[in-house]
Design a protein around this ligand. Structure first.
Ligand SMILES: [Zn+2]
Length: 137
């Protein structure tokens, strides 16, 4: 089973350039799970390609499309080690607690609009060093 992880990130406001701490929930996959997910995707695409053989004329495009598309999609899924669930934290512009759905994307940086004030937020990775802000206090 995929493991649910929480990663420290930060929100950066496009409007005022301020940042605020946040956290991202994601599903992390083991190497075995990545391999299984990749092979499942390949099998699905190739089953669809096989069914498309029965469609006259369109099969000249659909069959090679699903065969090649299956390899590309499977490779992508195989290489994906985590899927983002959501990000939570205080918006640096309006200071409301917000939750942003990540739609399975866990790659950073990524950009979303604040659901409260509509400001564009950049979700950034936090460097591995433990909280720099605490040292400065
Ligand atoms: Zn906001």
């Amino acid at each position: 089973m995929a493991e649910k992880i929480t990663q420290a990130i930060r929100f950066k406001s496009q409007k005022n350039g301020k940042t605020s701490p946040a956290e991202m929930q994601a599903l992390a996959f083991s190497k075995q799970e990545q391999k299984t997910r990749g092979l499942q995707t390949l099998a699905l695409f190739w089953v669809i390609a096989t069914v498309c053989v029965l469609i006259p004329i369109a099969h000249f495009i659909l069959v090679p499309g699903f065969l090649i598309g299956g390899v590309v999609a499977a490779k992508r899924r195989w290489n994906k080690d985590k899927e983002g669930l959501d990000a939570r934290g205080a918006c640096p512009a309006c200071h409301n607690n917000i939750r942003i759905a990540l739609e399975k994307n866990a790659e950073l940086p990524q950009w979303h609009d604040c659901p409260e004030c509509g400001d564009a937020l950049e979700l950034q990775a936090v460097p591995d060093a433990p909280d720099d802000q605490e040292k400065n206090v």
